[in-house]
Ligand binder design. Structure first.
Ligand code: SIN
Length: 527
């Protein structure tokens, strides 16, 4: 079945839904989301959204902090407009109904996070993301120009290159999970807002949906992707056998939490002048170093010196989750370890989200816009999501539909395979384990080469499987995950220096000139 709309949005987090709400003012929007519409990384975001909102803050300070953490790779013009447009975007979210925390006089309560010189993170307790997601979804549901297709996964983008035309995107093939039917959805502009790819790693703070789908699809039709080696590892994910992917927000350190060894000694002052609130790359490497030196399973985040009532009212969700696992955060330090958290690279996009392929846009974590450079400043990601959603929604008005007369139906094998589930699960597990071991916080040439051999073998196996058997969402995700792993490995191989989030034992110093790593289809083996 084929259908048509003005704007096709793939992904339903802050970037995708914000774009949909703006774009619905001038066109019909379809939002495709592969599980439930609130199954997003946004919904899991704890910290908040950074913007210049405090009396003691300035655009110059927020810009300087972003550039310092980005370690020479941020695009200064992008940082400048994103920071300047931030306050209006936060106010727009508040007008939409997001209940940001406020003081008794109604002023926004601003918290601090790593790398910020000022308090500038607007939040809702310790569940800011789910509050934003709730408000955006409620607004989308009230809007009859937006249609949300949940339980639908995009398989591949529709490209004019397949029809002998210039490279231009005109929609996507989409699998309806409940029926197994594959639809083509044709659109004037297609917007990738599929989030990041934390599931490439065995330990991650991300939800299961974070499999890099948008990046893989864009790369397959020839879009350029940039700086995929910059994976941000969050230093404090809860360490407990029954706690899967549970983040312990940096806001705890912003409010006075201290990182300690098992013997109770604080260690961050030896690594950075901002101590436990240093930039995230520095803190994650420090924790990794402490764990390797001591052989311990975790380090600890200590909140026990802070006022009990404050901790419980400011961080109710984290406190409850820990309590369920037998940890009273007001009396016991919280065991934490680093885990993959955020992809700073992505589909190369300009200041409106336009990619290098006509009529294809990328926004939010899926994109590389130049805001984050080599390392993202905490809570700048929700900010990027809303700023670029507004900009892209203005830009797509000018998109002209380029499409063939007849859209070829999707073609793949029809056979089903009884081994399907087990093969997919084993391949998935293998990728995630070797990526953690070889492309983690500390890298080396030898580790990167090992990963390269493994990923190419796996991708061959997946490709055969992909074309011989009937397509399922598990196979679609595995194919994307393996391609994204390949892009991370290839980018890491090309960077012969240590900068920001990319640290390698073979090139511990930083080059004098900062360059982006840009890949596109002709640079590697076919996906
Ligand atoms: C956190 O709450 O620690 C995460 C904030 C972020 O990743 O920006």
């Amino acid at each position: 079945m084929s259908s048509e709309c003005d704007y096709l949005v793939i992904g339903s987090g802050i970037a995708g839904l914000s774009f949909a709400l703006h774009a619905a003012e001038h066109g019909r929007v379809v939002v495709v989301t592969k599980k439930r519409a609130d199954d997003t990384a946004t919904n899991w975001a704890q910290g908040g959204i950074a913007a210049v909102l405090g009396d003691d803050d300035s655009f110059e300070d927020h810009i300087a902090d972003t550039l310092a953490v980005g370690d020479g790779l941020c695009r200064p013009d992008v940082v400048e407009f994103t920071v300047r447009e931030g306050p209006a975007e936060v106010r727009a979210l508040a007008s939409l109904g997001v209940a940001f925390a406020r003081d008794d006089e109604g002023r926004l309560d601003l918290t601090r996070e790593g790398g910020h010189s000022k308090r500038r993170v607007a939040h809702y307790k310790d569940v800011t993301g789910s509050e934003i997601q709730r408000a955006l979804l409620a607004a989308v549901e009230r809007n009859d120009r937006i249609r949300v297709l949940d339980d639908h996964i995009a398989i591949d983008l529709l490209s004019m290159a397949k029809y002998g035309g210039e490279p231009a995107c005109f929609g996507a093939y989409v699998l309806e999970n409940s029926t197994g039917e594959i639809h083509s959805i044709v659109a004037r502009a297609t917007v990738l807002a599929t989030g990041g790819a934390g599931k490439v790693y065995i330990y991650t703070s991300n939800p299961d949906v974070a499999t890099g789908d948008g990046i893989a699809m864009a790369y397959r039709i020839g879009a350029q992707v940039a700086n995929m080696e910059f994976i941000q590892f969050h230093p404090t994910v809860l360490y407990h056998p029954h706690a899967k992917s549970f983040l312990v927000s940096e806001a705890l350190r912003g409010e006075g939490g201290i990182l300690k060894r098992a013997d109770g000694t604080a260690f961050m002052d030896g690594y950075h002048s901002m101590g436990s609130l240093g930039p995230r790359d520095v803190v994650a490497r420090a924790v990794d170093n402490e764990l390797k030196k001591s052989g311990a399973d975790s380090v600890f985040l200590d909140m026990t010196h802070l006022d009990r009532d404050f901790v419980l009212s400011r961080f109710p969700t984290i406190a409850q989750r820990c309590r369920n696992l037998g940890i009273d955060v007001t009396r016991q330090p919280i065991p934490v370890v680093p885990a993959a958290h955020y992809l700073c690279g992505g589909v190369l996009a300009d200041s409106t989200g336009q990619t290098t392929v006509r009529n294809l846009y990328a926004i939010g974590e899926t994109a590389y816009t130049g805001l984050h450079g080599a390392c993202r400043l905490a809570s700048n990601s929700l900010l990027e999501g809303v700023v670029f959603a507004s900009r892209a929604a203005r830009a797509v008005q000018g998109a002209q539909l380029v499409r063939p007369d007849h859209v070829a139906p999707w073609q793949s094998g029809d056979a089903t395979d009884s081994d399907d589930a087990i093969v997919v699960a084993l391949n998935w597990d293998e990728v995630r384990r070797f990526m953690w071991s070889y492309l983690g916080i500390v890298r080396s040439n030898k580790r990167i080469e090992r990963a390269r051999h493994r990923i190419e073998l796996l991708r061959q196996e997946i490709a055969e499987y992909y074309w011989d058997f009937k397509v399922t969402s598990d196979i679609v995700e595995l194919r994307n995950l393996a391609l994204v792993a390949h892009l991370i490995i290839d980018s890491a191989r090309r960077r012969k220096e240590s900068r920001g989030l990319h640290y390698t034992l073979d090139y511990p110093a930083k080059n004098s000139r900062a360059r982006d790593t840009i890949l596109h289809l002709t640079d590697g083996p076919p996906p």
